[in-house]
Write a protein that binds this ligand. Structure first.
Ligand code: ZN
Length: 271
């Protein structure tokens, strides 16, 4: 067939409908939503992202092909909070107390890291001299914005939060987020294409959801006894992340149970 004959048919969309749908979403900067397509009615095939005031939308259905972009006004709060990560912009930048040091050369640290197979240097772990805690810095955009410390003795609380950013502890550099409860699990799972994201609890804050919206896939892997919360979290995340999966664990991920690790790897192969 002659190439010249294959003139692509120009698609006509109902822009009024599309703009109406998009403006109803009221997306904050950095936020993504996945909804039914206003053009083809495809079930959740339509995503809209607010990227620094640039609304970008796109329908995944090839037969529809709706996509576009539009600049929108950023609210003052959006501008203040940059990518929507630092919420409390009036507060002074986070600083770790001086008794949290980079030197982790302590017996208690080495024992703990050996027990869980953690590389303290690679993870940039720190040490709380005052409280004998192994400190996991919460780093976002290359800046320590918070930290959480695990007691290395029998002292309570077992975990201590040093800041109030509300942001997750993150370990690794992949494109698949594995959502776990604590830093040790996040550090254990955060390698290869996985980024361990510790929500430091079993509920999702708005900041977590916004942070997670940058990933194409999120695997929720909470403790086995938290299954109802896992399912609720998965449902909540579906508006933010395209592909949300639930990993039914036999044990907490930090125990590196063979079955769990295999199931986690298989989730990716299923893509
Ligand atoms: Zn569509």
């Amino acid at each position: 067939m002659l190439k010249a004959l294959q003139v692509p048919q120009r698609k006509v969309y109902n822009m009024y409908n599309i703009y109406n749908t998009i403006s109803d979403l009221d997306l904050r900067n950095g936020e993504t939503k996945r909804i039914n397509c206003p053009n083809c009615n495809g079930y959740k095939t339509f995503t809209v992202t607010n990227n620094m005031g640039n609304l970008v939308w796109n329908c995944y259905k090839v037969s529809c092909g709706l996509k576009g972009g539009k600049r929108v006004h950023l609210s003052v709060d959006d501008i203040r909070s940059g990518f929507g990560i630092r919420q409390d912009s009036d507060a002074a930048p986070f600083q770790l107390p001086s008794y949290v040091v980079h030197d982790t050369n302590r017996r208690s640290v080495h024992l703990f890291c050996a027990q869980w197979g953690l590389d303290e240097d690679e993870l940039g772990l720190m040490y709380d001299v005052k409280d004998d805690r192994l400190v996991f810095p919460v780093v976002h955009d290359g800046v320590i914005v918070d930290a959480t410390g695990r007691a290395l003795n029998k002292h309570l609380p077992k975990w201590k939060r040093y800041g109030n950013s509300g942001l997750p502890y993150v370990s690794g550099h992949g494109n698949v987020a594995v959502v776990v409860e604590d830093c040790v699990s996040a550090a254990v799972v955060g390698c290869g294409s996985f980024v361990g994201v510790a929500v430091l609890g079993t509920s999702l804050a708005e900041a977590h959801k916004r942070y997670l919206s940058q990933f194409s896939t999120a695997v929720i892997a909470l403790d086995p006894d938290a299954l109802p919360k896992t399912l609720a979290m998965a449902k909540e995340l579906r508006g933010y992340v395209d592909d949300v999966q639930v990993l039914r664990l036999t044990d907490d991920l930090k125990y590196r149970n063979d079955v769990d690790i295999t199931n986690l790897t298989n989730i990716l192969k299923g893509d």
